[in-house]
Design a protein around this ligand. Sequence first.
Ligand code: SF4
Length: 359
Amino acid sequence: MKNLIKQARKKLKKKWKDNGYAVSKSRIGRFRRCKRQHFYAECLNLEKIKKAKPLIRGTIIHELVEYDLLKKPLSLVWKKVDKEWGKLFREEKDLYGDLPGDLKKIFKGYMLWYKNDPLKYIYVEKPFRIQFVGDILLSGVIDGIARDKSKGRWLVETKSRNNLPTERTEYSSVESALYAWAASKARLGEVKGICWNYIRAKPPTIPKVLKAGGLSKNKKIDTTWDVYRQAIKDNKLKVKDYFDMKKQLRGKENDFFDRVYIPFSKPTQRRVLEEAKLTAIEMRELDKSFVDTGNEIAYIRSIDDMKCNHCDFKGLCQAELMNLDTDFMLKKEYKDRPDGSKTIKAQKTKRLSRGRKKD
Ligand code: SF4
């Protein structure tokens, strides 16, 4: 660990000299969650070699949405997924379940549901880097800016979740306030609010084929009519025999794909922005003190078990606290994080609507 800290201080010093000190909404969020987590991820630049399933799934869904909007062949994403999947051991595949198969079903459903997307995209994956507070910069990538039918502009952020949120907690989101502010500062235009483009990370269930023939009409089935109808066709059955299911499944798509439009409230936005700025100042002071002195004690641990249970650094954090040798764990379980700057180029699009070229 001592060597790692020494190298990290050197690297951070050089990085700030070359590019300035920059924060992002995820760095702000992480720092608020737990300063120790910030230390491992941002100062030591570590990430887990084996990523958690939701993280992998979220990254792939995000990439699929982006490729779809930019009309790039989705086959490129699937090829990458298959290649990475092929490298996994059997135990790892067991851990992730049929991830590629699930993703294919989820995304097929998404494309069917938004075949006639009411949103017309102006920007997709738009990076920004702007002055934030003092000489601290704010950087990030906006998933999309789109116009609705009445020409109102919305920030669109895609999220995948095991279950779609039922409570509207997004009002105080740091992300929305920061990005709305960044959009106007980066001259991307004023936006009305944020549209959370939720995608459920569970594919709709394929109905069971009954021994007596036909498909199960279980009222509790967690699926959509598109998937159900496909199963009817796959089993060479008659759609007209399942009109009752069509009626029952009406609107079920919203359990899998949902868009929540949250208009911005100026006072809330101002408050969230001020808080984010204060966090950025505190973060820079702490990081600067670490680089100057090498003292990392001020990156204090969270005392919230809930946060620790979802933390990628739990093992490392506990080993350090118990004064155990961490070198083996560092080598076996963690690697250097790739450079945070997005490799995807900024894309200005002309009223992009969904729909893509044939693969
Ligand atoms: S395990 Fe808990 S205290 Fe340790 S870094 Fe993670 S969130 Fe922080």
